[in-house]
Design a protein around this ligand. Structure first.
Ligand SMILES: [Mg+2]
Ligand SMILES: [Zn+2]
Length: 276
């Protein structure tokens, strides 16, 4: 299912001075949209974890034990950089990795949800992707799915190929949130983005939506207000953390919670809001 015709040149990658952030922007974003919707990528848009899938490009489709043994808790981003270096040493190319990424299946109903967003009036949804994977994996999949142009912004760890053909990934930013891995706190990104856009627009969004699955999607969802809607994938860590928080600290988690097993459940809910 191809979602758009991919005309025009690729979006520019903007790297502001003295900033390591990878914020990939659509060429223009209008200020008249009513709703803001955030998406996670791994196990939310695609039904896999891209960092695990890339191992299929390795010789024998697995990583050697000595390399896996270098993983240290809380240092996942550095570990993944070593994995990418290993793949390059083994002769794995850009197109090998892209082929693996392009084969990842979408989660159930997700293509319907993306298609729904794409066919809404221009004034409805500003769509942002926020992921701790990397820009190369994400863009590879989105372009193949024809969904790249739906996303107005992509926030992820910047990844580009160096002259030796190695995919070099860097941390997205640094922060001091104790809940999140060193290289990315999605709540910091969500708060900064919502505040900046509200200023640019001169008004807040009617509602903010967040579709995710992981523990690192719980942190940003905590910053949502009572008019906003969190869409945690049912029985995944984000959903469990929301449920536990409701029990342990009533009132702490403010957003309306709508769990989904099929992303068509998200479409059903959005249909209610667009007629408001
Ligand atoms: Mg995820
Ligand atoms: Zn955090």
């Amino acid at each position: 299912m191809n979602l758009d015709c991919l005309v025009g040149s690729p979006s520019p990658i903007l790297t502001p001075p003295r900033s390591r952030r990878a914020e990939i922007m659509a060429s223009h974003i209008s200020n008249d949209k009513r709703f803001l919707i955030f998406f996670d990528f791994d196990e939310t848009i695609v039904d896999e974890t891209s960092d695990d899938m890339v191992v299929q490009a390795a010789p024998g489709q697995h990583l050697p034990g000595w390399l896996k043994d270098t993983y240290q808790p809380g240092r996942y981003n550095e570990y993944m950089q070593r994995v990418l270096a290993y793949l390059a040493e083994q002769g794995v190319t850009e197109s090998d990795m892209r082929n693996v990424m392009e084969k990842m299946p979408a989660t159930p109903g997700m293509l319907t949800l993306l298609q729904y967003l794409r066919t809404r009036p221009q004034t409805d949804f500003e769509v942002v992707l926020l992921s701790d994977a990397n820009t190369f994996f994400i863009e590879s999949w989105l372009r193949r799915a024809g969904a790249r142009q739906l996303f107005h912004r992509i926030f992820s760890n910047p990844a580009t190929f160096n002259k030796d053909g190695r995919l070099v990934m860097r941390p997205f930013h640094s922060h001091d949130c104790p809940r999140c891995p060193d290289n990315m706190c999605k709540q910091v990104v969500v708060r900064d983005y919502v505040a900046r856009r509200a200023q640019e627009r001169g008004r807040p969004y009617q509602r903010v939506f967040y579709v995710g699955d992981g523990a690192n999607d719980f942190c940003p969802a905590l910053s949502l207000g009572p008019r906003d809607v969190a869409f945690p994938r049912r029985e995944f860590p984000m959903h469990r953390l929301i449920t536990e928080t409701h029990e342990a600290m009533p009132g702490e988690f403010k957003a309306v919670t709508v769990p989904w097993a099929n992303a068509e459940d998200v479409v059903q809910r959005l249909r209610k809001h667009v007629v408001e």
